[in-house]
Design a protein around this ligand. Structure first.
Ligand code: HEC
Ligand code: HEC
Length: 197
C-alpha cells in the first residue's frame, strides 16, 4: 500500500475518536500519530509543550526538505498554507504540558548526561543544553521541550543533525552541538531527557 494511502486510512480510522474529543477537523489527521493532546504515540513524537512558533516552523522544515521523514514529510505537504499550519500548531501548543517535577535546585544525580545538560563541556566549546532548553528541559518559544520526549525520537534528531540530515535550526546551532557529541553521549542524553517527568 502506498504510504500516503496508509496515512489516509490511519487518519480516517481515528477521526471518529477525534470527533468525540471535540478537536477541529484540520488536526484530526495529526491526532492519529501524535495523540489527541499531542502526548505522542508509537507512530509519532510528543508535541505537547512545544510552542506554536516551533511546531509551525518544523512543518515548514519538512515541506522545504530541511527535515526528512517518510510519513511526516508526506503529511506536511498538505499544510503549506501558513494560516492552516499556524492553526494546527496553535491547537497542539494550547493543549498544555505534562508537568515536570525536575526543578532547579533539586539534587541532580551527577551522571555524564546531567553534566552535559547542566554544564556542557568547556574543553570542546560545547554549551550546556540547559542554557537554551531551560533548567527543567521544558523549553520555551523556539527552544523545544525535551523533557519526557521519546528517547528514540530524541536520538534520531541528534543523529540527523550530526549526519547533516536535519537543518533549519537558527545558525546551525543544534548542528554545531550535535556534531561535537559522540554517539554514546547522544544515547545517554536521549535516555536522560526522556526520563524527566
Ligand atoms: C502518519 C503519522 C503522522 C501524522 C498523521 C502526523 N505526524 Fe507529525 N510526525 C510523525 C513522525 C513519525 C514524526 C517524527 C519525524 C522525524 O523523526 O523527523 C513527526 C514529527 C512532527 C513534528 C516535529 C516535532 C518536533 O519535536 O520537532 C511536528 C511539529 C509534527 N510532526 C506535527 C504534525 C502535525 C501538525 C500533524 C497534522 C497536520 C502531523 N504531525 C501529522 C508522524 C506523523
Ligand atoms: C544555543 C541554544 C541551544 C543549546 C545550547 C542546545 N540547544 Fe537543542 N535546540 C535549540 C534550538 C533552537 C532547537 C530547535 C531547532 C529547530 O528549530 O529546528 C533545538 C532542538 C533540539 C532537539 C530537537 C527536539 C525536537 O523536538 O525535535 C534536541 C533533541 C535538542 N535540541 C537537544 C539538545 C541537547 C542534548 C543539547 C545539549 C548537548 C542542546 N540541545 C543544546 C537550541 C539549543
Amino acid at each position: 500500500m502506498p504510504i500516503s494511502r496508509a496515512i489516509a486510512l490511519l487518519g480516517m480510522s481515528l477521526v471518529a475518536q477525534a470527533n468525540a474529543l471535540g478537536s477541529p477537523p484540520d488536526v484530526q489527521v495529526c491526532i492519529a500519530c501524535h495523540g489527541a493532546k499531542g502526548e505522542g504515540t508509537l507512530q509519532g513524537p510528543m508535541l505537547a509543550g512545544l510552542s506554536e512558533l516551533y511546531i509551525s516552523a518544523q512543518i515548514e522544515n519538512f515541506i522545504a526538505g530541511r527535515r526528512s521523514n517518510a510519513v511526516m514529510s508526506a503529511v506536511a505537504q498538505g499544510y503549506s498554507d501558513v494560516k492552516l499550519r499556524n492553526q494546527v500548531a496553535g491547537y497542539f501548543a494550547g493543549q498544555g504540558t505534562t508537568p515536570t517535577l525536575h526543578l532547579r535546585g533539586e539534587q541532580i544525580e551527577p551522571t555524564l548526561a546531567s553534566q552535559l545538560y547542566y554544564q556542557g563541556d568547556l574543553g570542546r566549546d560545547l554549551p550546556a543544553c540547559y542554557s537554551c532548553h531551560g533548567p527543567s528541559a521544558i523549553g520555551t518559544g523556539p527552544f523545544p521541550r525535551l523533557a519526557g520526549q521519546q528517547a528514540a525520537y530524541l536520538k534520531e534528531q541528534l543523529m540527523a543533525w550530526k549526519n547533516r540530515q536535519r537543518s533549519g535550526d537558527p545558525d546551525d546551532m543544534m548542528g554545531n552541538i550535535a556534531r561535537k557529541l559522540s554517539t554514546d553521549e547522544i544515547d545517554v542524553l536521549s535516555g536522560y531527557l526522556s526520563g524527566i517527568r
